[in-house]
Design a binder for this molecule. Structure first.
Ligand SMILES: [Zn+2]
Ligand SMILES: [Zn+2]
Length: 132
């Protein structure tokens, strides 16, 4: 069982399975909300313990398609945790348990600030990873 929570503890959830993938997004939006490392979870693996109503959705504004969630009290980034999709990314920073998954790609490298140096061998994509 993987445990997840926000900084103030109001939001708590569990994942019954390890996230399938981890990536790092360097887009300007993820940078601002403080959620660069993302992990992909399946909706069926996500179980709410408490505080779902403390989660605020920041609605996407065109051309962006994906919302961003955060704790209303402490501001902890939670990724797309309220998504209705079968699989969606949440912010890795919200997880408390150890993970065996490691960063597999960097996306939106074109928007990366020069002060952030990529120090791993994960694949880099200028924008969204090319889906095969
Ligand atoms: Zn909180
Ligand atoms: Zn991003």
């Amino acid at each position: 069982m993987i445990h997840g929570s926000c900084c103030c503890g109001a939001v708590k959830f569990e994942l019954s399975a390890e996230p399938s993938m981890m990536g790092t997004c360097h887009c300007t939006r993820c940078r601002k909300v403080g959620a660069s490392a993302i992990v992909f979870v399946r909706k069926e693996d996500l179980k709410w313990i408490q505080g779902r109503d403390h989660v605020q959705l920041f609605e996407p504004v065109s051309p962006y398609k994906y919302g961003r969630c955060f704790c209303k009290i402490c501001g902890t980034a939670l990724g797309e945790i309220l998504s209705e999709a079968d699989s969606f990314p949440i912010a890795a920073n919200a997880l408390d348990s150890e993970l065996s998954v490691r960063n597999q790609f960097h996306e939106f490298v074109a928007e990366k600030p020069s002060w952030y140096e990529i120090c791993d061998d994960a694949k880099q994509f200028d924008r969204h990873p090319v889906t095969a």
